[in-house]
Design a protein around this ligand. Structure first.
Ligand SMILES: [Fe+2]
Ligand SMILES: [Fe+2]
Length: 249
């Protein structure tokens, strides 16, 4: 059975079992190395007359409140976040200003909730309407700056990257170009601080509670009263994509 036949069989089994049909977005299929056309929703519905494609909440995922807050995303959508909590605590201990503690707390939210590749750019975009411009800038910059050492703050190229990417890895040219621009920017050190407090190999024995940062979030993240995803901001649809990642249309 080919990969796509297997996927189709799985979709139709799921429809029989669950009375709803999941058609994955193209990006998810490509991430599985699957270039085949999507399952035919019409054919699946014919086989399972009661089944419908998902347009509302996904019953496989925890229900989100009507007006979700950043905390709700941490608790109900994001994957394990100890790396972020430890990084933020590290930043507090170093005496960073609160807005930069928030930047450390949020720097990898795209990795844990949305898309990994270029996660600094995605993460910055996700938070842009709700935080200081400097926080957005720093989150975007950490994506790039982490590949470049800065002796003045004791930041070396992470050993973890040598292991993960191999000793011959070189960042893509667009990263190299962004590095030159970011190095010369007035907020360079803010982006750099994220890399300094980025805990590359997190400590499995150090547990940090998200509640430790409730006040920092409250003072530095402008939570929209309609809830993230429903505030008509330019990024609301990105938050909705995490609420309902398998929405058909
Ligand atoms: Fe990161
Ligand atoms: Fe990180």
């Amino acid at each position: 059975m080919s990969l796509s036949q297997r996927a189709d069989a799985l979709e139709s089994k799921m429809a029989r079992d669950l009375d709803y049909i999941v058609i994955k977005s193209r990006l998810y299929s490509m991430a599985d190395g699957d270039m085949s056309p999507p399952p035919n929703a019409g054919a699946l519905m014919k086989e399972n007359p009661k089944a419908r494609v998902l347009m509302g909440d996904d019953p496989r995922l925890p229900a989100m409140p009507e007006k979700p807050s950043l905390m709700d995303f941490f608790r109900l959508r994001f994957g394990p976040c100890m790396h972020l909590l430890q990084s933020a605590r590290h930043a507090v201990k170093a005496g960073l200003p609160e807005n930069m503690v928030l930047a450390c707390l949020l720097h990898d939210i795209s990795t844990i909730g949305f898309i990994r590749g270029d996660h600094g750019y995605w993460g910055a975009q996700l938070v842009e309407p709700y935080v200081d411009e400097e926080v957005t800038w720093a989150i975007r910059a950490h994506q790039v700056l982490r590949f470049y050492p800065d002796e003045s703050v004791g930041y070396e190229y992470p050993q973890a990257y040598i292991t993960a990417f191999g000793p011959d890895y070189h960042p893509d040219p667009y990263v190299e170009e962004d590095y030159k621009r970011m190095r010369a920017h007035k907020w360079y050190m803010s982006g750099r601080q994220i890399t300094v407090h980025d805990i590359y190999s997190f400590d499995p024995n150090l547990h940090v509670e998200l509640d430790e940062f409730t006040d920092v979030i409250g003072r530095n993240f402008r939570q929209p009263e309609q809830g993230l995803g429903f505030d008509n901001s330019p990024v609301a649809h990105m938050w909705r994509a995490m609420i309902r990642p398998a929405k058909y249309l």
